[in-house]
Design a protein. Structure first.
Length: 323
């Protein structure tokens, strides 16, 4: 069900022929820096990626994240913080001893090491730089398209990487609110789940067909362009969940059970290993269906959040109008 493809797209990819040590002096354009940065991420060379980031942003990132980590450590959540940083240190105090680039590189290694299934998808992904937009003399936004295929499905996502001019040349900006907010959410611990033993009563599933608009996989948001032709749809019966791509004429049908408990609509999806059901919740608001699912064997989510490192995913779908 698009598992590794969804998880991988945020990271991007680029041809393996790019220089391993970053752009040379003769080719230090913003687009060259972006290619080198993406190549480093693809190969797991997060420390090299960090050296291509604006030093001022690295310092701001460490200051903000370390403050959140120290707060979480005082609340007894220090272990969760260390996991986020791929166990680069034995304590939050040791994290503070890392220099700014090492700190950022360790933070990036966390999700990379946690998702081994990304490597296969990333190795086969392609990147196309579409161009750049200048914002004054000291800022540039490079636009690129990442295309990856997995389990017979091709997914293409257009991304933007912003760069600023520094004393070292063009460097990637890393002060984005999305990255910092994701880290702060993860620092607070796992998102809430439904208490064990809650019983539900049978409920009708969402009616009609639903087309995916965007999704979040373990905290990684991957929007889908309905105009790309690679649309992904779901439909339900009281006992089944069917996912399909109309253009590929392929369907995957799974046994499902729909219920309601305390005003919350729930779904239990039987996939992969026996006894490893995916438990989730769903809601319909107008023509929008939102589904939040725990990974196989995980507790049922109690809300629709999906922070970095969480063992859940979220689908947002739009009702397909009948002709």
């Amino acid at each position: 069900m698009m598992r590794s493809a969804i998880a991988a797209l945020l990271l991007g990819a680029c041809p393996s022929s790019l220089p391993a040590d970053g752009p040379k002096a003769a080719d230090s354009s913003p687009e060259a820096v972006v290619r080198a940065a993406l190549a480093a991420l693809k190969d797991g060379r997060t420390d090299e990626y960090a050296r291509l980031v604006d030093p001022d942003d690295l310092q701001k990132f460490k200051t903000a994240m370390l403050a959140a980590g120290q707060s979480a450590d005082r609340a007894g959540n220090g272990k969760a913080i260390l996991t986020m940083f791929a166990d680069a240190a034995k304590s939050v105090g040791d994290l503070a001893k890392l220099d700014d680039a090492q700190f950022f590189g360790a933070f990036l290694r966390g999700p990379l090491s946690a998702h081994a299934d990304q490597k296969r998808v990333l190795n086969g992904s392609e990147i196309q730089v579409l161009g750049q937009v200048a914002e004054g003399a000291d800022a540039v936004h490079v636009v690129y398209r990442v295309t990856a295929s997995d389990e017979g499905m091709k997914v293409a996502v257009v991304q933007v990487m912003s760069l600023g001019k520094t004393k070292l040349g063009w460097r990637v900006r890393a002060n984005g609110e999305e990255v910092l907010a994701a880290g702060l959410r993860a620092a607070l611990g796992e998102p809430p789940t439904e208490p064990a033993g809650v019983k539900g009563k049978p409920a009708k599933p969402p009616e009609g067909e639903w087309e995916l608009q965007n999704s979040v996989w373990k905290g990684t948001r991957v929007p889908f362009d309905p105009k790309s032709g690679e649309v992904f749809r779901l439909r339900f019966t009281p006992t089944t969940w069917t996912s399909f791509v109309p253009a590929a004429k392929r369907e995957d049908k799974f046994t499902a059970a729909f219920s309601e408990a305390g005003g919350v609509f729930r779904v239990d999806l039987h996939v992969d290993e026996p006894g490893k059901e995916e438990r989730g919740i769903w809601k319909v608001e107008g023509d929008t269906l939102t589904i939040c699912m725990g990974l196989p064997g995980e507790p049922r989510p109690a809300d629709y959040t999906c922070p970095v490192g969480s063992k859940r995913y979220v689908f947002v779908l739009k009702r397909v109008k009948k002709d």
